[in-house]
Structures are given as C-alpha cells and as structure tokens.
Design a protein around this ligand. Structure first.
Ligand code: PGA
Length: 223
C-alpha cells in the first residue's frame, strides 16, 4: 500500500522561507522514499510547485465547498488544480475550531475536490468520526485518504500511542474498506515517525515540517 508523508505548514512562511525550504529539501531528496505532499498556504502554492521536483506533490490546506461563483474570499477546487495541486486537506480540526466548519461543510468540500480531480485528505477525530462518515455516506471515497488527528495530540507534544492509532485506523477501514489509506497526525517527529508507519499509511506533520532540518531528519528515518 502507498505510504504518505504530508507537510502541513499551516499559516507559516512567506516567499523567501518557502523557497529556501523547497530548495534544501529537493536537493537532499530529489526522489523521496515515500510520497511526500507539501501543503503550503494558498499564496505560496505556485512557488512551491515551481521549486519542487514533480515527484513531490502539493496540496491545498482547505478548499471551498462551493464551485466558482459569488463567494468572496473562497478558493475553489479548480483554483487548486490550476496551481498544480493533486491533493487537498479538508476538515482539519483547526478549521472546525476557528472557522466553525461542520461535517456537512467538510462533505461539500470533499465533493468539490473529487469533482475537480483532487484527492481529499479528510481529517477526522473520534468524537465526530461517525457523524463525519455519515455526512460522507453518499460519496465514492475509493480515492480518498483519511487522517486520524486526535485533538489532544495536535501541536502539544502529547503523541497518541501506536496501539490506539492502529485501533482507530481499523475502525475507519471497517467503514470505508480495507484499502483506504489512513494516516496519523499529532506531534509526529523524527523520533516517532517510523513507528506510525508500521500501524498506518503515513503521517500528517505540522510543527516538525517547518524547519528544513527537522523535516529532512524525518524523511531520513523513512529511507
Ligand atoms: P503537529 O500538527 O504535527 O504540529 O502536531 C499536526 C496537524 O495539525 O496535522
């Protein structure tokens, strides 16, 4: 099964730092050992796409649940495709918390993403797992990726143990199919990434993806 490592920069970096990151990482790993997906802020997507080799993939951190139209400030799935993205992260808990996104919103985003040919990376945590899967029930998720992102582990240093991750991965796959890629995200760093790759399909990394050195160390462990 394909494995994935996603660098979620969140609302960090401007052009210079992004360029430096991409130049350093691509010099070190022209062909990464797993599928590496970089999710920069929207305004940096084209720079990141132009600087990284094509074998590195890029993702939006969010997408509008609306297609093009009178939605001021929205970024559509077609915009992301046009920038060279192949993936989009949807339903991150920070979007739920700060921007009040609901499971129905997330289902709309997944639908727009799939219509445009993007692969959605659907973030999920156990308190709303059932609700989110129910909201997605009418959609063909055979090309979707899930990321188990326990709130208590995001940005806190309190990693969720691999046994718990395995049980949640199994619970998601029972509902979506044995082949569904399910990643883990929450304080993953170079000391823990290899263990998570033994129980799930990879990792979604925030803090440890920001510095070129820390993300390089993380990839080095997976070689
Ligand atoms: P973190 O973020 O690695 O900084 O905990 C993970 C995430 O939010 O996906």
């Amino acid at each position: 099964m394909q494995t994935y490592l996603i660098a979620n920069w969140k609302a960090h970096k401007t052009k210079h730092a992004a360029q430096q990151w991409c130049t350093e990482l691509s010099a070190r790993y022209p062909i990464p050992p797993v599928r590496v997906i970089v999710a920069p802020p929207f305004p940096l997507l084209s720079l990141v796409r132009a600087t990284l080799p094509q074998v590195w993939s890029i993702a939006g951190q969010d997408v509008s649940q609306f297609a093009q139209g009178a939605y001021t400030g929205a970024v559509t799935a077609d915009h992301l495709v046009d920038m060279g993205a192949q993936y989009v992260v949807v339903g991150h808990s920070e979007r739920r918390h700060y921007f009040h996104e609901t499971s129905a919103d997330v289902a709309g985003k997944v639908e727009r993403a799939q219509e445009a040919g993007l692969t959605p990376v659907i973030c999920i945590d156990t308190p709303y797992l059932d609700e989110q899967l129910a909201a997605l029930a009418s959609q063909d998720l055979s090309k979707g990726i899930f990321a188990y992102e326990p709130l208590a582990s995001i940005g806190t240093g309190n990693r969720t143990d691999a046994g718990t991750v395995r049980s949640v991965v199994d619970a998601i796959r029972q509902r979506t199919g044995a082949e569904t890629p399910v990643l883990y995200g929450g304080s993953v760093d170079a000391s823990s990434v290899a263990e998570y790759f033994t129980v799930c399909s990879g990792a979604l990394v925030g803090g440890a993806s920001l510095e070129p050195s820390s993300f390089s160390e993380l990839i080095a462990v997976l070689k």
